[in-house]
Every structure is written in structure tokens, then in C-alpha cells.
Design a protein. Structure first.
Ligand code: SAM
Ligand code: SF4
Ligand code: SF4
Length: 376
């Protein structure tokens, strides 16, 4: 057995780690007012629609692990669109107001527009439409922006780690040209998928020299650029603290060139710290997942491609909602089970890590699920 295969086997086993939720004997209908053990509401649901991707970003799906021998989920494991929208409706009854489709690369999921159409018809208990968005690497956006918008998608976040073509090709590790992502961004803006956000994961020594070129490019463009600290998510990316460039340093570099003023969060639970260019160039932001834990307001749940509910990006165990969906439980029973799960939630990984030495981790990295499996 080679070193490579010994790495793959535990991952394949562990990503299925989950328990079948308890359905209480007596249950109350959802009120939209659920709170977890730290009083945090449930507002944001991230749904991974595929574990596959056409990129191999080293910080997410390193090609030496996600190679041709890697076993992705079979089609039969995936939640169908009907199953996803049934669950989404239950989550909305529990208070979810925002749904983000993610992956893997969500635009690889066939007929995604059909799912978007189904989700767009859902309403909050107060009769408001949901905020529906999607995170994509942008590779298929030029082709799909219009049909996504027509299906009911409101906005989109495009991940883009460099403007320099050589750096970008190296980071996506499949030699994908940056020009094609930029075309996708243009198409999204033309289709009215707004406000468009651009996420750049910053790795010190890999793409931090792209911070200023990216800022210059997206100022005055209508798009909101956000710099994200490289996170120790998953168990395969070989994360090291010295490759994290703290957001405070990103802001320092921006301030050396641009006049910025801090602005308030859009809503409680927002992960980004936001700034305006004083000359009217628009908004820029940072997400300091490593250096500034924001667990205290974390209102996000994540649904994996095969229907496992994760309560934290760094969780090692999910709750198998698909088992409930496929065993004749009705919506009231599933809602009650989800209510119990959220009420028992105590996850606050980043806060715990903040109290430890820089390279230490509060949980075994070997047990954590991959970002490409539960979505960003
Ligand atoms: N494939 C899509 C994309 O790249 O936008 C959606 C899925 S991807 C897992 C979602 C987001 O997670 C992307 O913005 C990506 O840059 C981010 N991400 C992945 N691994 C990360 C890491 N180790 N640290 C910080 N962000 C990461
Ligand atoms: Fe694919 Fe997105 Fe992960 Fe990059 S970050 S490998 S594009 S899922
Ligand atoms: Fe939320 Fe977990 Fe991230 Fe904390 S570490 S903000 S609980 S996802």
C-alpha cells in the first residue's frame, strides 16, 4: 500500500460519520425562534449540491488526494432536488432566511436551475421571499448566468484568488485561465446577479501579491471584493499558520494605497468586516475566520450533498437527515428532529482555537470533513 492510498482510505470512511437523528415522541410545530445552547438562532442554510469540482485548489481539494482514484459520491447518494427543497422548506419554517448553494462546484450539478426555481418559490413564515445565492468558481458562469437569473437566483459569489494568469492557473491546479472567470463575472453582472461578491482566499507567499491588483481591478466595478483568511478546514490541505495572512495586514496594505472608512455589518451574524473606499469606489471587506473568531453570532447550518446536517464548518460528525427523508417520516417529524439538533448545538470551533497556541487545533484534524463535501 502506498502512502497516498493510506491517506485516502480514512477520509472516505470518515466523511460518512453521522448519526441518525432522534425523532421525539411529542413535538411542537416550528416557530422560527429556535435557539442553540448559546442562544444563536438558525438563519442561514448552506446546501452542497455536489462533492465534485473541475478545479483542484490546493487549499481545498489538493490534487494529490483528489486524484483519479478518489471516490466521489455515487448519484444515488445525492439528495434529489425534491428532497433538498423539502428539507429547505422545513428549515425555513425554523427561521432560515438565506440559502446558499455550494459544493464542490455547484454549477456542475445538472439542471441546477430547476432546484433554484423550486427554492425561489419558498417563503418565510412572514411571507417574504428567501435570499437565494450561490458560490461558484466562475468557470461555467459565462454560459449559465442568464439561466440562473431567470430561474430565480438573486446574487452570486465568485471565488477568484488572483488576477495574474500564471498564479491563477497554478492555484486552481487545472490550468484554467483567469480570463474565462472574468468573462463569467461580466456575464453575471449583465444578467443582474447583484450585488456580486468576489472571494479571494489569501495564502501568504502564494497569492498575497495579488491583494492590491485585485483591489484596483474591482474598485468602481459594482462588485464587492472580500479577502478571506486561509482556514484549517478539512484534513487534507496541510494548513500551516505561517501561510495565513491576518486580515489586519490585508487592511494595512489596502490603506497604504486607498483611503478607507469602516462601515457597519449588514445584519447580525455577518462574517465580513466591511469598508468603503472614501472616493466612492465601492465596498471591500475581510473575513477573518482564523484571527477573529465570529462563533458568537454563527447562525449557519450546512447540508452535505448526501443530506447530512453539519452545525459547524469544522465538525467531524453530521446528522443524517437523508435517513429520515427516506424512511417515511413526515415533515412534522423531521422538523422536530431538526429542532432538537439545533437546540443541542454548542459548536464554537474558532473561538476555542483562538485560545490555543497558533498551530494547535481543538479537534483532531484527521476527523474533520472536507470543505468540498459540506460546502463553504
Ligand atoms: N467551488 C465553489 C467555489 O470555489 O466558489 C464553491 C465551493 S468552495 C468550497 C466555497 C468557498 O470556500 C470558496 O470561496 C473557497 O475559496 C473557500 N475555501 C475553500 N477552502 C478554503 C480554505 N481552506 N480556507 C478558506 N476558504 C476556503
Ligand atoms: Fe473547487 Fe471551490 Fe474547492 Fe476550488 S474552492 S477546489 S473551486 S470546491
Ligand atoms: Fe460557526 Fe463553527 Fe465557524 Fe464558529 S467555527 S463561526 S461555530 S462554522
Amino acid at each position: 500500500m502506498t502512502d497516498k492510498s493510506t491517506k485516502i482510505i480514512p477520509l472516505a470512511d470518515l466523511r460518512y460519520a453521522s448519526r441518525v437523528p432522534t425523532v421525539p415522541a411529542r413535538f411542537l410545530a416550528p416557530t422560527g425562534l429556535l435557539g442553540d445552547t448559546l442562544g444563536r438562532p438558525l438563519r442561514d442554510l448552506r446546501i452542497s449540491v455536489t462533492d465534485r469540482c473541475n478545479f483542484r485548489c490546493n487549499y481545498c481539494m489538493p490534487s494529490e488526494i483528489f486524484d483519479k482514484n478518489y471516490t466521489f459520491l455515487p448519484q444515488s447518494s445525492l439528495l434529489s432536488f425534491e428532497e433538498i427543497s423539502r428539507l429547505a422548506k422545513i428549515f425555513v419554517a425554523h427561521g432560515v432566511e438565506k440559502i446558499r448553494l455550494t459544493g464542490g462546484e455547484p454549477l456542475l450539478r445538472k439542471n441546477l436551475e430547476v432546484l433554484i426555481g423550486m427554492l425561489a418559490r419558498l417563503q418565510t413564515p412572514a411571507g417574504k421571499p428567501l435570499d437565494i445565492t450561490l458560490t461558484t468558481n466562475g468557470s461555467l458562469l459565462a454560459r449559465k448566468a442568464r439561466s440562473l437569473k431567470d430561474a430565480g437566483l438573486q446574487r452570486v459569489t465568485v471565488s477568484l484568488d488572483a488576477l495574474d494568469d500564471a498564479i491563477f492557473r497554478r492555484m486552481n491546479d487545472v490550468d484554467f485561465p483567469v480570463a474565462d472567470v472574468l468573462k463569467g463575472i461580466d456575464a453575471a453582472q449583465q444578467a443582474g446577479l447583484a450585488p456580486l461578491k468576489i472571494n479571494m482566499v489569501v495564502k501568504r507567499g502564494t497569492n498575497d501579491d495579488q491583494i492590491l491588483p485585485m483591489a484596483r481591478h474591482f474598485r468602481h466595478s459594482g462588485a464587492v471584493l472580500r479577502f478571506i483568511e486561509y482556514m484549517d478546514v478539512g484534513a487534507t490541505n496541510g494548513w500551516r499558520m505561517d501561510e495565513v495572512l491576518p486580515s489586519s495586514q490585508v487592511i494595512e496594505r489596502l490603506r497604504a494605497e486607498f483611503a478607507l472608512v469602516a462601515i457597519d455589518p449588514n445584519h447580525s451574524g455577518e462574517t465580513a468586516e466591511r469598508w468603503h473606499y472614501l472616493d466612492g469606489g465601492g465596498e471591500v471587506g475581510v473575513i477573518s475566520s482564523v484571527t477573529h473568531a465570529f462563533c458568537g453570532e454563527c447562525n449557519r447550518a450546512r447540508l452535505s450533498t448526501e443530506g447530512k446536517l453539519f452545525l459547524c464548518l469544522f465538525a467531524s460528525q453530521g446528522h443524517d437527515l437523508r435517513a429520515l427523508l427516506r424512511s417515511q417520516h413526515d415533515d412534522e417529524q423531521i422538523a422536530a428532529a431538526i429542532g432538537l439538533i439545533w437546540q443541542a448545538r454548542s459548536d464554537r470551533y474558532s473561538e476555542l482555537r483562538a485560545g490555543l497556541p497558533p498551530d494547535a487545533s481543538p479537534a483532531s484534524a484527521a476527523k474533520r470533513v472536507e470543505m468540498s463535501y459540506i460546502g463553504g
